[in-house]
Structures are given as C-alpha cells and as structure tokens.
Design a protein around this ligand. Sequence first.
Ligand SMILES: Cc1cc2nc3c(=O)[nH]c(=O)nc-3n(C[C@H](O)[C@H](O)[C@H](O)COP(=O)(O)O)c2cc1C
Length: 335
Amino acid sequence: MDGFYDALERAIETARLAPSSHNCQPWRVDYSLLSQEVSIGFDNHRVLRGLESLEREMFISAGVFTHFLTALLAYQGYQLNWQWQSEYGDHRVLATSGVTQLNSGSDAEEYQALSQRIRERHTIRSRFKTTAVDIHSLETIVQHASCHFYSADHVGTTLGNLTKQYAALDFTNKSAWEETYNYIRFDEDEFAEDGFYLRNLFGPVSKPFRLLFRYGFHPTMMPINKRLGLAKKMAAGLGELVESGPYYLALSPKENSQEALFECGYELGALWLYMQRQGIGLHPISVLVQHETARKALAQSLQCPPPVFFARLGHIEQSGLDAPRRSVESILNCV
Ligand SMILES: Cc1cc2nc3c(=O)[nH]c(=O)nc-3n(C[C@H](O)[C@H](O)[C@H](O)COP(=O)(O)O)c2cc1C
C-alpha cells in the first residue's frame, strides 16, 4: 500500500459522516494502486429509487461526500482534481482524479479542526434560535450554483402553508413511503449502517410513540392512516416548524445536468461546513422539491429557479444526534 492509500482511508473514516437523503450513503470510492487514480461512484444497491426526483438527491449527496473527502485529503497534503465521467459499467462512476502531492505538505491542525467540524455536524430538526444570521457571508460560499436565502419575516407564513399543503405526500405516495419506511430503524439499540432511528427524526421518543409510528405508519396501513388524517397531522407539525424558519436556503443547479447537480452537492458540502463553524444548522425539507407541483409552487413563492435542495436554517439551539454510518471497508475498494 502507498502513503496516499493510508491518507484516503483516514479521510473516508471522517468523510463517511457526510449527509445524504434517508442517510442512504449512496457513494463508493475506488482506488487503483497501479494508476493511482481515485474514482467516486454510486453503490447501486444504495441508490434511492422511490421517486424519480430522488436521483437528483443522489448526485447532490455524492457531491457533499466528495467535498468532505477532497478537503480532508488536502489537509493531508494531497490534491484531487475531479473530472466528470459518465460511465455506466457495473456501477456508475461519477468523477475520477489523479493524485497530486501538495508542495505545502500536510497541516495536522487544520485537519483536526475540519474532522471535528464534520463529526459535530448533524441535521437539525428542532427549532433554531431566532438570532440574526449573517446571510451575506453565506452567499459568498456557493459559486457554481444558484443559491438564495430568505428570512421567515418575509416568507415564513407562505412556506409554512406550502409545507402544510404538501408534506403529507411524504406518507401518502406509495413507492416513496415504502422506501422511506425501510430506512427507519425501530430498534433504538440495534446496530445499523444506514437509515435513521426515530430519535434522529424526533429526538428521544417514548415506547408508545415508537409503537404508534411503527404500526400506524406501516405502508400497509396507508389507507387507514389517510382516513384518520395522521399524515395531515404530521404535515401540519412540520409546517409549523418550517414557518418558524428563521431562515431558508434554496439551491438550484446552474444547468439541467447530472454534473451540475453533483457540483451543487459539492458546494452544499462547503456551505454546510462553513455554517457548522458559525454554529448554524440546516434542516432539509425535501418533500417540497421532490414533487413537481410542490416544487413549482415553492419556486413561485420564492421567485427563484426550481430548487433541487431546500432547507430551513438558523443558529443551533439543540444539537442533533449521531446517525448510523457505513464502515470504511464497505465504501473503499482498492484494486
Ligand atoms: C440531498 C439531501 C436531502 C435531505 N432531505 C432531508 C429531508 O427532507 N428531511 C430531513 O429531515 N433530512 C433530510 N436530509 C438529511 C438526512 O436525512 C441526513 O443527512 C441523514 O439522515 C444523516 O444524518 P446527519 O445529517 O445528522 O448525519 C437530507 C440530506 C441530503 C443530503
């Protein structure tokens, strides 16, 4: 094994904490010892397919992971220059890069600081503080995608109402909900490598709530659930949270291509870590970008191009909890 392989393994140990839709972690990394080339691709079994629009989120998620990986390797003295690929073989290769050693060498202190920031980052699904966020500084981070920020003072009520109107789709669209449900880990003590425990979604939950959610929201219960209005109730709760903001982010690619989506994710990775440094958290609300009617209404309300990623954000009041993660061995393949 060469020195770069060790650095890559070490970087993946931390980069695997990158956020992804449903925490499916769709990425794989291949490294060729012979050509010293790294590639990022999809692990076919892990790609979400419940809705067509989820394909966008796979490219975005892989982009975030790639940003984390690239930044971690840079502080270990290795530069990667990703070239977009569109290979469909046994698995989908997204980007490849040769390895260049940086003259500046490694920076142990910066590496530590970045690793810590990545480890401390969680998706925040609780209320944020209402303190002001310096939006102008956030706007400078994203260069290759269209990134718009909003405040709840202006659009909170509209966005809250949109969420109340559309968020039940999360539970009532059959194929989407069946897939999501499969990612929920109901046994809070059992090891899982992907998906989320109920505590990740709702904070600590009681046993009755766990049972109600497990059986009341089981996909076979969808017709009864609909009649009882459970999905609508969940949507109303999320709507109130969305209304509280206090800020929002809508991200759209510069053009309609897979590469542009990957780039969007790469920049989102940089933004998410920058925000973490300022004590600002993100709560993606993807239901509003996954269904075309909701997405159009969102774009119209925000007067921006149709977003591929939408989130509320603000200063963190209550930290999130660690979610499951895949092992380095399952991500990295060395040939
Ligand atoms: C593209 C994308 C879309 C996401 N959409 C949602 C969402 O709609 N609702 C939500 O609560 N979390 C969403 N998340 C956050 C993931 O669920 C989260 O990253 C994953 O469960 C791992 O948890 P962590 O971010 O706390 O490490 C999204 C993340 C990404 C990258």
